[in-house]
Design a protein around this ligand. Structure first.
Ligand code: SF4
Ligand code: F3S
Ligand code: FES
Length: 236
């Protein structure tokens, strides 16, 4: 089949603003959008900029807007975004972060928010003789949040994040959830205090865009509500 791939391009060295460019590409319905972008870069226009690494939905580097929705290019099949021969797909950079080139955005504000929630285990007292053990039941409480791959699909689909960049965003809250509900972690109170700041959970207005955008099917809004309750009652 042949499809048209309409891409929002921006080269800071020569463009004053973003503009659309369209490429006709031969592909299979079973190809992924990443395969099509690779084809354009390797055989049609080597100046096209986008990030990718694992190509298997693990590294989280190829989040982009495909047909107006945040998705990972390596997990999106052509047959799910194009209907029929000569159909068109649109590809744009994720929103709310500065575009550096084409689909490449400045991820630093996103990772600043991630770093701000102390995304590491903080021991409570002396370490045990062997590993830190946890029951299956306790591990379940953080099962969803520990699935996050930090792709930014959620945060960059959140209308609150678009208008207020100081909101740490759903991805950082999911990461905080992972440690707040880890029974082995000793900094729960510190973490709840961080979530209670005016950049934290109370900024969320349950818009649900984040949950719809997550390629790992993490029930993000539910997790944010759990963190809100933990902050309100000061216990996880
Ligand atoms: Fe990506 Fe989902 Fe993690 Fe958000 S919660 S960063 S959408 S994997
Ligand atoms: Fe934003 Fe998700 Fe809350 S989209 S407003 S973080 S439910
Ligand atoms: Fe790693 Fe898509 S390239 S998640």
């Amino acid at each position: 089949m042949q499809i048209n791939v309409k891409i929002l391009r921006f080269d800071p060295d020569k463009d004053k603003k973003q503009h659309w460019e369209t490429y006709a590409v031969e592909c299979q319905p079973s190809d992924r959008v990443l395969d099509v972008l690779n084809h354009i870069k390797w055989y049609i226009d080597p100046t096209l900029g986008f990030r990718r690494s694992c190509a298997h939905g693990i590294c989280g580097s190829d989040a982009m807007l495909i047909n107006g929705r945040n998705r990972l290019a390596c997990k999106t099949l052509i047959r799910n975004v194009v209907t029929g021969n000569a159909g068109t797909i649109t590809v744009e950079p994720i929103r709310g972060l500065k575009v550096e080139k084409d689909m490449v955005v400045d991820m630093e504000p996103f990772f600043d928010a991630y770093r701000s929630i102390m995304p590491y285990f903080i021991a409570d007292g002396a370490p045990p003789a062997a590993e830190y053990l946890q029951s299956e039941h306790d591990a379940e409480r953080m099962a969803h949040s520990s699935n996050c791959i930090l792709c930014a699909c959620c945060t960059t689909s959140c209308p609150i994040f678009w208008v207020n960049g100081s909101y740490i965003g759903p991805a950082a809250i999911v990461q905080a959830h992972r440690f707040i509900f880890d029974t082995r972690d000793g900094a729960t109170q510190q973490r709840l205090n961080l979530m209670n700041q005016n950049t934290g959970v109370w900024r969320c207005r349950t818009a649900y865009n984040c949950t719809e955008a997550c390629p790992r099917d993490i029930p993000i809004t539910e997790l944010i509500e759990e963190v809100k309750r933990a902050v309100m009652y000061q216990q996880a």
